[in-house]
Design a protein around this ligand. Structure first.
Ligand code: TXA
Ligand code: MG
Length: 338
């Protein structure tokens, strides 16, 4: 019990209180936001913890709630591409091209910051991360507001991102008064983050849009591979997206099962179920082999397995292509012990 109480990713098992309002009414959300409150919002990727990006007090509340280090900057969510010049400056032509092509959508651009954006949002960097989310409720909400929303994923720092309002509620209980309920997130995995060096695109985080899709529009994208030594986006920190149950990632699930004799084992596999009596539960991410479907189900399945009091989750490595790369990236980070 003690262990669970100390683990921010499992606070939900300990505290019975409930979020005061889970609603689809954007007016309730708006009221809270204009008073500099923090609410949870749905996006097509994952749920976010949102506050007025132009108000330091609101942004500080987000960091406090998430227990996120102040040196890890937030993404600013705007209502349309037309608003980009209000939050960013000197926008490279290829950034404009990407924005025009993919927004609203699961692409975050890191650009030179406008002075209107408080330093706390960008952790003192001279760049700002920005995107137009593709969720009807949140777009309707943004259209009612005269400020953008700063919103990191709505999980305590280091834990698996939430893809339903229930996940958010389980994490934060009554610490968040309003959750705007937009159902299950369609993409189910965070946005892809692209920065610019000498006006050329550089990948900072694998995400819901594959590199192939992006490269079709702007040509080759360099990978920021120094990720663990000098992460450009701290979402690239080696240990991240971790559930409380240890996760092992392998190319050979059958073989690894043998090393956990007598243990309660859960499996996370791509297409094919593995029939073994020692498996307590297994999640098949996409029996049809569709990597987009698998990505959409990944976090939901980890949240589910993490509630089963398993000793171990064994995850199968995905094909290293398209969204398989993003899935492997998250599973690798979730499986790191430090
Ligand atoms: O899909 C998403 O991107 C979700 C939804 C809510 O929009 N948001 C999300 O936020 O994943 P968060 O805070 O969990 O991850 C944002 C990532 C972090 O890794 C952060 O370091 C990086 O964006 N980031 C933010 N501003 C940055 C900047 N100026 N330069 C480089 N990386 C930045
Ligand atoms: Mg996050």
């Amino acid at each position: 019990m003690e262990k669970k109480l100390n683990n921010p990713c499992t606070a939900m098992f300990a505290i019975p209180k409930k979020t005061k309002v889970i609603t689809t009414d954007i007016n309730i959300a708006k009221e809270k936001l204009i008073k500099n409150g923090v609410i949870a919002i749905p996006t097509e990727t994952v749920y976010g913890l949102a506050g007025n990006a132009l108000n330091e007090e609101a942004v500080k509340k987000i960091f406090d709630l998430k227990e996120r280090p102040l040196h890890n900057p937030l993404i600013v969510h705007i209502k349309s591409t037309d608003e980009l010049s209000k939050v960013a400056l000197d926008i490279p032509p290829l950034a404009k091209k990407l924005a025009t092509h993919f927004w609203p959508g699961s692409l975050t651009l890191v650009l030179k910051k406008h002075s209107k954006i408080p330093n706390i949002v960008t952790s003192g960097h001279d760049t700002v991360a920005v995107r137009v989310p593709n969720h009807p409720l949140t777009l309707a909400l943004l259209n009612q507001l005269d400020f953008p929303l700063a919103a990191p994923s709505a999980n305590p720092f280091g834990c698996v991102s939430p893809t339903t309002s229930k996940h958010v509620q389980d994490y934060f209980n009554n610490d968040i008064e309003v959750i705007l309920d937009g159902g299950s997130c369609e993409k189910g995995i965070e946005s892809t983050i692209i920065g610019f060096e000498n006006d050329q695109p550089v990948l900072y985080r694998f995400g819901a849009l594959s590199i192939e899709e992006l490269e079709k529009v702007v040509g080759p994208i360099r990978l920021n591979t120094l990720e663990n030594k000098n992460p450009k986006a701290p979402g690239m920190l080696s240990k991240h997206y971790a559930p409380k149950t240890p996760i092992y990632l392998t190319n050979n699930v059958q073989e690894l099962i043998k090393s956990f004799k007598g243990k309660r084992i859960g499996l996370l596999v791509f297409r094919t179920k593995i029939i073994k009596p020692e498996i307590v539960h297994q999640e098949v991410l996409a029996a049809n082999g569709n990597l987009h479907e698998a990505a959409a189900k990944l976090y939901q399945s980890i949240h589910f397995l993490d509630r089963l009091e398993l000793d171990v989750i064994i995850a199968e490595k995905f094909p290293n292509e398209s969204l398989g790369i993003t899935i492997n990236d998250r599973l690798e980070r979730a499986s790191k012990s430090k």
